[in-house]
Design a protein around this ligand. Structure first.
Ligand SMILES: [Cu+2]
Length: 462
């Protein structure tokens, strides 16, 4: 039954819908870009529901605009140049100028509209990992939508039904597009800002590349043998410190988009896993850890109260993930006595050096010529000497005198007097064995000729 009044109302509704969709179609929001690899200040929400914004490690948050109750974002998939650490850049694919793309932050209950423009040389899509949404918005090329052709813009619309953390990445030519760096972090804050509240909230994605030393573009067919283990497409010493004010409640969230698991270990604290990409972990189900393993395609967040000042290491516990590109074909030479042999070889090959006779620590401090655009395998300098790290390593810097929103690197920790491990200069008691009849042998004399480790010039499978 159509009364005139109903007709008018329907007409008005139609007009509104037409206006909105014309506005949405005609005026795609601006797509801000970022040209710096540094950690940007958290983006306080200018409108919408309030929340405490996250800090994206060596990244940034994507600004949005409000349009008739919709939060509108614009992502542009495109080739980017990303500095992995000072001294090495890579030709990657990313969003809005960087890989990973900017973090998308919104609030539980937000209606979100994301415009995705494809400036890649091939088609793509965007999948919203973990987000509960209508099937047709899931972004699986061929299954739930046609792929976004080169040069075209698609729009995704859905409501963020629950708070937590999620990821976005293509579901089109996935192996290539993820190996090239296309991915981003999504944080959905609780509607009630008092829930799950922390003072500092850090996020990053774990990703990996296979870039031949001296080159710029990842090998996209690599299945497992990656050589650059990254947090947000950065490797040590390029990963910024996690700057924390003493007494703050801190959350560190990460998602794993590599092809292997990463036991993320933090020094100085124990902590509880409070959130996964499936949702918040109830308090009764949390248990204490000092390392949390994040499997392929998973996300984890842990929380602690920063009550102990210092420079605390945070890293993947797979020790080859805290190294940069290296040659696997280098034989292990620890304990091999080269005296005599090395001298003979040096007569034939004047610059010959023995690799790792006493371990590989020498690698951290030596300066060998490297090809352009390559990082040393083990590098970085700390207040006490070479750090001998690479890859997935950074430092949580807990300090007393920071302002609430201060994330500037405070420099190295000043240890209170008498609290640093030191050489023992007193008497050294002689160790004795429990079993009688055995004498403790004196340490063997140091080799006459000291041999230095050598950075390999061939890189084998890496
Ligand atoms: Cu790892």
């Amino acid at each position: 039954m159509n009364t005139r009044r109903n007709f008018l109302r329907a007409g008005a509704a139609l007009l509104t819908a037409a206006t909105v969709s014309r506005a949405a179609q005609g005026a795609v929001p601006e797509a801000p870009t970022q040209d710096k690899p540094d950690t940007q200040a958290p983006l306080a929400p200018a409108n919408g529901r309030p929340y405490n914004p996250v800090v994206t490690m060596n990244g940034w948050t994507l600004p949005w605009r409000m349009n008739n109750g919709w939060k509108e974002f614009h992502l542009v998939a495109e080739p980017v140049r990303r500095q992995l650490a000072p001294g090495m850049s890579a030709h990657l694919w990313g969003y809005n100028g960087q890989s990973p793309g900017p973090t998308i932050e919104c609030v539980e209950g937000d209606k979100v509209r994301v415009f995705v423009t494809n400036k890649l040389p091939e088609h793509t899509t965007l999948h919203w990992h973990g987000v509960l949404l209508p099937c047709g918005m899931d972004g699986v090329g061929g299954l739930t939508q046609p792929q976004i052709p080169v040069g075209k813009t698609f729009v995704y619309e859905f409501e963020m039904k629950k708070s937590g953390m999620f990821m976005y990445h293509p579901h089109a030519d996935e192996m290539v597009q993820m190996a090239m760096g296309l991915m981003g972090f999504i944080v959905v804050h609780p509607k009630n800002p008092a829930l799950h509240r922390v003072d500092r909230d850090f996020v990053f994605l774990i990703n990996a590349f296979d870039i031949e030393p001296g080159s710029y573009t990842p090998r996209v067919n690599t299945m497992l043998d990656f050589n650059l283990w990254c947090w947000n497409s950065r490797v040590f010493p390029g990963i910024d410190p996690f700057v924390v004010r003493k007494g703050d409640r801190v959350r560190i969230r990460f998602g794993n988009l590599t092809m292997t698991n990463h036991p993320i270990h933090m020094h100085g604290y124990d902590f509880a896993v409070t959130c996964t990409d499936g949702g918040w972990v109830p308090k009764s189900a949390q248990w204490p850890e000092v390392s949390v393993d994040v499997a392929v395609g998973q996300m984890r967040a842990f929380e602690f109260v920063a009550d102990e000042p210092g420079d605390w290491g945070i890293h993947c516990h797979k020790s080859h993930h805290t190294m940069n590109a290296m040659g696997h074909k280098v034989p292990t030479m620890i304990g091999v006595d080269h005296r005599g042999i090395a001298e003979k070889i040096i007569k034939l090959v004047p610059d010959y050096m023995v690799m790792g006779e006493r371990g590989m620590a020498d690698m951290g401090e030596m300066e060998m010529p490297l090809p352009d655009n390559t990082l040393p395998m083990m590098t970085g300098a700390g207040p006490f000497g070479p750090l001998e790290m690479g890859g997935m390593f950074s430092v949580v810097k807990v300090r007393e005198s920071l302002a609430r929103n201060d994330y500037k690197d405070p420099g190295w920790y000043q240890h209170p007097p008498g609290t640093v491990a030191r050489e023992w200069t007193g008497a050294t008691p002689v160790a004795t064995r429990a079993s009688p009849g055995h004498k403790v042998s004196a340490p063997t004399a140091a080799p006459v000729r000291e041999l230095r480790a050598r950075k390999p010039t061939t890189h084998g499978n890496h």
